[in-house]
Design a protein around this ligand. Structure first.
Ligand code: APR
Length: 226
């Protein structure tokens, strides 16, 4: 089976009703990203940050995977699919994809503020009164701007073995995620599905200028001739 590696971003979940980050004046659900997605922002106003992610977590109960997520799950019948997502939602898993790596963390997990390796499943609201066993408060299990990306090496090793790479719904502005496709082997075919793709991509990348669902239908056709 050929190895198909998917690099998904916020646009993947747009058709499920989850807003992207950079499509609305640089605001994320009405907030400056630096307020709600940095350690400094959390230390300054923990209440706001807990509540922000609580809202995002609650939203997961109202949304469902879209056709694009379902197509990716179905592709497992023909390919060895690995998904490396920047998304913190669980829509790939709920669509049935079995190998999903969350580069930027997961809404449905919490971690200790003192020990990044203490990570627990979390489905309800989280606040400063939820502690780890040593008494340190828990925080959202989200990789914020300026923080290390703990799964980066794993992601690089997955992409280094890809036969086909498909980038979907990302503005390719946030590093190191944006540079991951460059670790693909030279002979790997690389596709990029996005209605408003980033401009500075190599000419060898095959562009599918469509939304995730329609773009993935086109991809299925394109894969037949590989
Ligand atoms: N289908 C596919 N792509 C879409 C759709 C759609 N229906 N709608 C919008 N898009 C595209 C936009 O054109 C844009 O290129 O999705 C992309 C979303 O880009 P961003 O909002 O910048 O999201 P992303 O690239 O995932 O952001 C990366 O930034 O704030 C951080 O950690 C956060 O993981 C996030 C990271």
């Amino acid at each position: 089976m050929k190895r198909l590696v998917i690099l998904s971003g916020a646009g993947m979940s747009a058709e499920s009703g989850i807003n992207t980050f950079r499509d609305a004046d640089g605001l994320w659900e009405g907030h400056d990203v630096m307020e709600v997605a940095t350690l400094t922002g959390f230390e300054k106003n923990p209440k706001l940050v807990y509540e922000f992610y609580n809202q995002r977590r609650r939203q997961l109960k109202d949304v469902v995977p879209n056709k694009g997520h379902l197509i990716l799950a179905e592709l497992e019948k023909k390919y060895k699919v690995s998904i490396i997502t920047q998304n913190v939602d669980d829509l790939h898993e709920r669509a049935g994809s079995t190998a999903v790596l969350h580069l930027h963390g997961e809404l449905k997990k919490a971690r200790s503020t003192a020990d990044e390796n203490y990570v627990v499943p979390w489905n309800e609201d989280l606040d400063h009164l939820n502690y780890d066993p040593k008494g340190y408060p828990l925080r959202p299990h989200i990789v914020w701007f300026g923080e290390e990306v703990p799964l980066l090496d794993t992601a690089i090793s997955i992409i280094s073995a890809a036969d086909i790479v498909v980038i979907i719904g990302t503005s390719l502005q946030v590093y190191p995620a944006a540079s991951l496709f460059q670790f693909a082997p030279n002979n790997a075919a690389i596709f990029y599905i996005d209605p408003k793709p980033a401009e500075s991509i190599p000419a060898s990348v095959k562009l599918i200028k469509k939304g995730a669902s329609k773009g993935l239908c086109s991809l299925k056709e394109a894969l037949k001739s590989l």
